[in-house]
Design a binder for this molecule. Structure first.
Ligand SMILES: [Zn+2]
Ligand SMILES: [Zn+2]
Length: 164
């Protein structure tokens, strides 16, 4: 079976936020297009890697070829996709998922830099990054699933979580 991985004019386009992580962007693209991670992987012709990428499991890291195929389907440039990944040489932590509530209040997106190994504070707000909900201690889901922008357990909005 061959699936055309060229232009898909019927798909909704989603504009990336500056600094957005790939996981968060892929979730925002999939939802209005009613695509599962494997459905998106199939459309792009890149197989089952999308679910792993959404959990930041990047071993091996996305190849240029895979990113080019994905870029055609989500209709952003390969450079925009690469900007959603950590820069070369920057270590990453795929868990726990971290959050600056003040950033999220300004722009509702998970920023890639929050998962960098050496980053513990938001360098815009000088706030310690949250690694769990400060109200109920629930861990944050993979950013691809941040549909509602709130804690999955106590429903506190991400943008209103207290930070010290
Ligand atoms: Zn911040
Ligand atoms: Zn909570």
């Amino acid at each position: 079976m061959t699936i055309d991985s060229g232009i898909q004019p019927w798909l909704f386009q989603v504009e990336p936020y500056e600094g957005e992580s790939l996981s968060h962007f892929l979730g925002r693209f999939r939802r209005p297009n009613h695509l599962t991670p494997s459905g998106l992987g199939q459309l792009a012709g890149i197989g089952a890697v999308v679910a792993r990428w959404e959990r930041f499991h990047w071993n091996p890291p996305p190849s240029r070829q895979e990113l080019e195929a994905l870029a055609k389907v989500v209709r952003v440039s390969v450079e925009q996709l690469i900007a959603m990944l950590p820069p070369p040489g920057v270590g990453m932590q795929c868990s726990p998922i971290r959050l600056c509530s003040a950033c999220y209040g300004e722009t509702p997106c998970h920023r890639m830099e929050w998962q960098y190994k050496h980053i513990w504070k938001c360098n815009r707000h000088s706030l310690k990054l949250l690694a769990k909900c400060p109200v109920c201690s629930a861990l944050f889901k993979a950013p691809a699933q941040w549909q509602d922008g709130m804690c999955r357990r106590c429903l506190t909005p991400f943008g209103q979580m207290q930070q010290q």
